[in-house]
Design a protein around this ligand. Structure first.
Ligand SMILES: *[C@@H]1O[C@H](CO)[C@@H](O)[C@H](O)[C@H]1NC(C)=O
Ligand SMILES: *[C@@H]1O[C@H](CO)[C@@H](O)[C@H](O)[C@H]1NC(C)=O
Ligand SMILES: *[C@@H]1O[C@H](CO)[C@@H](O)[C@H](O)[C@H]1NC(C)=O
Length: 322
């Protein structure tokens, strides 16, 4: 009798359990925890950036010949970070005096205190960058030039388009938008192009990795990546908490300086008003309490510390024949 009763109880419990499982709605996937790279990202690529122990990090997309790294090291970014129009700062900037403004930008004056990781996707430019890297490291700077694109995907072998626009070794550029769309003025002209396979790093993954290595790290990001900024920034801005771990953001935008250029963005699957969309969203995030972002530099001609394109496009590097 006792055994039968037990059996009945067990069967009833089992039935209830099954019913419960059947009725339970599937749970929404929990959001990705902040400061962890996308699970699909090859963690090894990110770890090879050697960011452990870095209290300050400068992530530079588009090394070219190392000009921006040079400017960063000499404090050039500090100067231009203090001299931009009010619209690139949080709202309170306008009412701040000179001393608190300098205080907010102070880390940028000490370029050498940063771990510098500068990405270059045009293979032609790497040999000269290796020489520059050795020179900087001999001087005690923790700088590395990374053979890879800074974009929207972390992978060992992603295709990239490399355009040659002049005779010299350094007259090569990896590009995401069509070269003629970036250089809408018709100069320089693409002389040849090819697709290469190489490492690619998602900006979002790199930022998450920096934060994972040190939650309090001061992070500056510069992007001059020939169109890849649209996708890379969209990813970052979509994760507001992550964007807010970046203190200084310097971006040169491509293919959107004029209405005619913006009209081409939808042919890349981008919204025509993406520049404004990113600007609105970023500034909205900047105003949030605790957001560390202090500067969203945006330009169609140069990033903070760069040569203006109308200067270099007429240089020997951008000559019109091979
Ligand atoms: C993390 O970053 C902060 C801010 O730069 C720095 O003071 C601290 O020493 C860093 N910690 C480690 C373990 O690198
Ligand atoms: C990543 O960027 C490329 C352009 O480089 C774009 O074609 C692709 O759609 C983007 N992927 C995602 C998932 O946004
Ligand atoms: C950006 O914000 C301005 C001002 O609030 C608004 O007029 C505009 O429609 C917004 N644009 C986008 C694309 O979000």
């Amino acid at each position: 009798m006792g055994r039968l009763w037990l059996l009945g109880c067990a069967a009833a419990s089992l039935l209830l359990l099954l019913l419960h499982a059947a009725l339970r709605r599937p749970r929404a996937p929990s959001p990705l925890p902040l400061a962890h790279p996308h699970p699909a990202a090859p963690a090894a690529l990110l770890h090879a950036l050697s960011l452990r122990g870095c209290g300050r990090v400068f992530i530079d997309g588009g090394a070219h010949r190392g000009e921006a790294v040079g400017r960063f090291l000499s404090g050039g970014f500090y100067g231009c970070a203090l001299a931009a129009p009010d619209r690139v700062y949080p709202r309170r900037w306008a009412s701040l005096g000179a001393a608190p403004r300098r205080q907010l930008m102070l880390p940028l004056r000490e370029g050498r205190s940063f771990c510098i990781r500068s990405f270059e996707a045009a293979p032609e430019l790497l040999p000269a960058l290796r020489v520059e890297e050795a020179r900087l490291r001999r001087r005690g700077v923790d700088a590395r030039f990374v053979d890879g694109a800074l974009a929207n995907r972390t992978a060992r072998a992603a295709p990239r388009l490399v355009v040659r626009y002049g005779r010299r070794q350094s007259a090569a550029s990896a590009t995401t938008l069509r070269f003629a769309d970036v250089h809408a003025e018709g100069r320089p002209r693409a002389l040849s192009e090819r697709t290469v396979l190489g490492a690619s790093y998602s900006l979002r993954d790199v930022v998450a990795h920096v934060v994972e290595m040190n939650r309090s790290a001061v992070l500056a990001v510069r992007l001059d990546v020939e169109g890849a900024e649209w996708w890379a920034l969209s990813d970052l801005v979509a994760d507001g908490a992550l964007l807010c771990q970046v203190s200084y953001l310097f971006v040169e935008f491509h293919g959107s300086a004029t209405a005619a250029q913006r009209a081409k963005l939808p042919s890349y699957g981008l919204r025509e008003d993406l520049f404004d969309f990113l600007k609105n969203r970023t500034h909205e995030l900047m105003e949030r309490p605790g957001c560390r972002l202090k500067l969203y530099w945006r330009s169609f001609w140069a990033s903070c510390g760069d040569e203006q394109r109308f200067i270099w496009r007429d240089s020997a590097d951008a000559s019109s024949s091979l």
